[in-house]
Design a protein around this ligand. Structure first.
Ligand code: X8Z
Ligand code: ZN
Length: 668
């Protein structure tokens, strides 16, 4: 099963080749001008027939392998026994071997000389963005490093804040507890303590492993023909303008972001005072309701403008109407069929895990699963009856729709058009669902409050989630790119320089290069690229706007709900059915009726335009829209190049600051 067999070329292959060649000539010009040649191609075989035969065999074997691994992962995720974990690890190890064998075969071809664009593209996909090019021992070392860093991350436990000054009995708070405290506590001292605990305990223990991880990923990238791991990560977007376009998009979002930050800063100063929040300055990371300061929507009591509509939540109505988890899934299914999309197949209802089962340990993080056999698609969710879960159900079911619509494509094309599309599509649907207009249409909401106040509060809530998130989502991989290009000597000061410059966020206490604060975000130790979330953020608004236009909606975008619009459904289907078979810029060009073929922030800016106008009027007395970069802020994280004498002064200064912090803690 694992060997990729060679077979004799037959006349059948020649016929396939002719058809594909014709297809390639028609399609060729589409990819041509975005094509990127890797610098080194090991292979010399440019025989199209052999390449076609290899890809045909790969397609069948990769689907089978995917089915086996998904089945083992599902069994473990829904019943976390040691036996199921062992079986999953075995299957994953087999898949790693299969990937290596595939790479070894794929690399024998010289894809730069193969005339068929589709074959060339598939071979390139198999020989890039892979670590299989490392020697076995380095390949295994890299996998071992990542799993050890993930274990460290999963087992971090922090001490609660000692309000009464006594040393806590237990230090067993895990990430979910940390997130709850960061969202609910309004004690600056407790938030500072928890923030410092989490960042101190997660990063430093994995720092040396992370440095070695960067070395190995760079080695793999260079074997694959790239300058470094960052260039290889960007290659997944098959577009030489991609990095530059994203930088431009963030610049276009900054005016809105800076108005939001100035408004939020004023509200935070009202709550915590100017000693904690520097007027006109950057925001300290610990008081924004989120351990990573990536989503500011957990502080509605502090920032939402109209008190009589603090929180937009239909949970109460759901409970009043006696909703069950199953009914939530049926409601989501009806949302999609109302657009003309497919109902969930029987296997979905038979095999999904819609609620947390009794009597066994399960992984409760919601997720959508494709078993790669074209019929078996599932959601795993510990569904509670509340609005947050109802939104998640719709989000995960959007992923299932994507899986179903591209199911008949070759295995390599059964994916989003680029790494941001799956999340972008799923979140675009939510822009219709998480919407006062939609909840009114499905009988879950009667707005008896002032419509203007409702809209501003709703838009503010969305901005605290989406606009606040933009610079954060952008800088995570910028940090990784920089490390892979320039080395790991100043990882932490680079991290905070990117955060302060792009996000106007600073650490609440001094940080040094002894720390590794970026590792506080799981995606860093878990080797999960992050740019896809920034891409998804912009895409969701582009897709939403295109669906609203197809539905002939003419009002403000945040009031658009495409529920029951077959025309909007057709826009969505046209994205889903292409999977990764068409270049994502083609998909965007079709989506926007030729207006653009890029990831663009324009739709997002149009969605938030009513809020921007409101913020500008609220901020008209603010001297600084955005933040001033004070030297005291930079001093919190910049590596000081000091003479010997000054070095000791510095360490006295840090001890002094630490002593002050501890004293403050004890006073609280
Ligand atoms: O990592 C995730 C999901 C897995 S696809 C839980 N997200 C990003 C994050 O948590 O930072 C979803 C939103 C952005
Ligand atoms: Zn998702």
């Amino acid at each position: 099963m694992l060997g990729l067999k060679r077979t004799k070329r037959g006349c059948q292959t020649k016929m396939i080749a002719r058809v594909l060649l014709l297809h390639a000539v028609l399609v060729g010009q589409v990819y041509g001008n975005w094509d990127i040649d890797a610098r080194i191609v090991q292979g010399s075989n440019a025989d199209l027939g052999e390449a076609l035969q290899f890809l045909k065999e790969y397609d069948a074997e990769a689907s089978d392998m995917c089915f086996r691994v998904s089945t083992a992962q599902w069994k473990y995720a829904t019943n976390m026994t040691e036996a199921n974990k062992r079986k999953m690890m075995e299957e994953q190890a087999l898949k790693a071997k299969f990937d290596k064998l595939t790479w070894r075969k794929a690399i024998t071809f010289d894809w730069t000389r193969i005339p068929d664009v589709e074959v060339k593209r598939q071979l390139r996909m198999l020989t890039t963005n892979t670590r299989a090019s490392l020697t076995d021992d380095k390949f295994n070392e890299l996998h071992q490093l990542i799993s050890e860093m993930k274990e460290i991350y999963a087992h971090v436990r922090v001490c609660p804040y000692a309000f009464n000054g006594e040393k806590p009995m237990f230090c067993d708070l895990e990430l979910s507890d940390v997130q709850k405290i960061m969202a609910s506590s309004r004690s600056h001292f407790e938030l500072l303590h928890i923030w410092k605990e989490w960042h101190d305990k997660v990063g430093t223990p994995m720092k040396n492993r992370f440095i070695r991880y960067i070395q190995l990923t760079n080695q793999a990238a260079r074997i694959n023909g790239f300058l470094d791991a960052g260039e290889e990560m960007r290659f997944a977007y098959e577009d030489r303008d991609f990095d530059n376009d994203l930088a431009i998009s963030l610049q276009k979002i900054q005016p809105l972001y800076k108005e939001l930050l100035a408004y939020v800063r004023r509200k935070l100063i009202d709550t915590y005072g100017p000693k904690v929040v520097r007027p006109e300055g950057s925001l300290p990371a610990h008081i924004l309701g989120n351990i990573w300061a990536q989503d500011w929507s957990n502080i509605p009591d502090i920032v939402l403008p109209y008190a009589n509509f603090r929180n937009f939540d239909v949970t109460g109505e759901m409970l009043k109407q006696g909703f069950t988890p199953l009914q939530m899934f049926q409601m989501a299914e009806e949302f999609f069929t109302s657009l003309g999309l497919k109902p969930m197949p029987p296997e979905f209802w038979r095999h999904s895990m819609l609620e947390k089962p009794n009597g066994r340990r399960v992984q409760c993080t919601a997720s959508a699963w494709d078993f790669c056999n074209r019929v078996d698609f599932r959601i795993k969710q510990c569904t509670e009856v509340d609005m947050k879960n109802l939104i998640t159900v719709h989000h995960e079911m959007a992923h299932i729709q994507y899986y179903m619509y591209y199911a008949d494509l070759p295995h390599l094309y059964r994916d989003g058009a680029n790494p941001g599309f799956h999340e972008g599509v799923a979140n675009a649907v939510i822009l219709s669902v998480f919407n006062p207009v939609h909840f009114r249409r499905v009988g879950l909401f009667e707005n008896n409050t002032d419509l203007y106040e409702l809209n501003i509060n709703f838009l503010m809530l969305m901005a605290l989630r989406k606009v606040a998130y933009a610079p954060f989502a952008y800088i995570i991989d910028q940090w990784r790119y920089e490390l892979s290009e320039s080395g790991t000597t100043k990882m932490n000061s680079l991290w905070w320089d990117l955060r302060q410059t792009n996000q106007g966020i600073v650490p609440p206490v001094p940080r040094t290069d002894y720390h590794l604060d970026a590792a506080s975000k799981r995606h860093i130790p878990a080797d999960v690229p992050y740019t896809k979330y920034y891409v998804a953020l912009l895409l969701e608004f582009q897709i939403h706007e295109a669906m609203c236009r197809a539905a002939r909606f003419e009002g403000p975008l945040h009031e658009c709900d495409v529920y029951r619009s077959r025309e909007a459904g057709r826009v969505l289907i046209d994205i889903l059915r292409n999977g990764k078979s068409r270049h994502w810029r083609d998909v965007i060009r079709a989506l926007t009726r030729g207006e653009t073929d890029k990831i663009s922030p324009d739709s997002m800016l149009r969605y938030f335009d009513p809020l921007l106008r409101w913020l500008k009027s609220q901020n008209r007395r603010e001297r600084v829209i955005g933040w001033t970069t004070f030297k005291e802020d930079k001093a919190l994280f910049e590596p000081l190049v000091l003479s010997g004498a000054r070095r000791s002064v510095r360490s006295i200064f840090i001890v002094f600051v630490f002593a002050i912090t501890v004293t403050y803690n004890s006073l609280e």
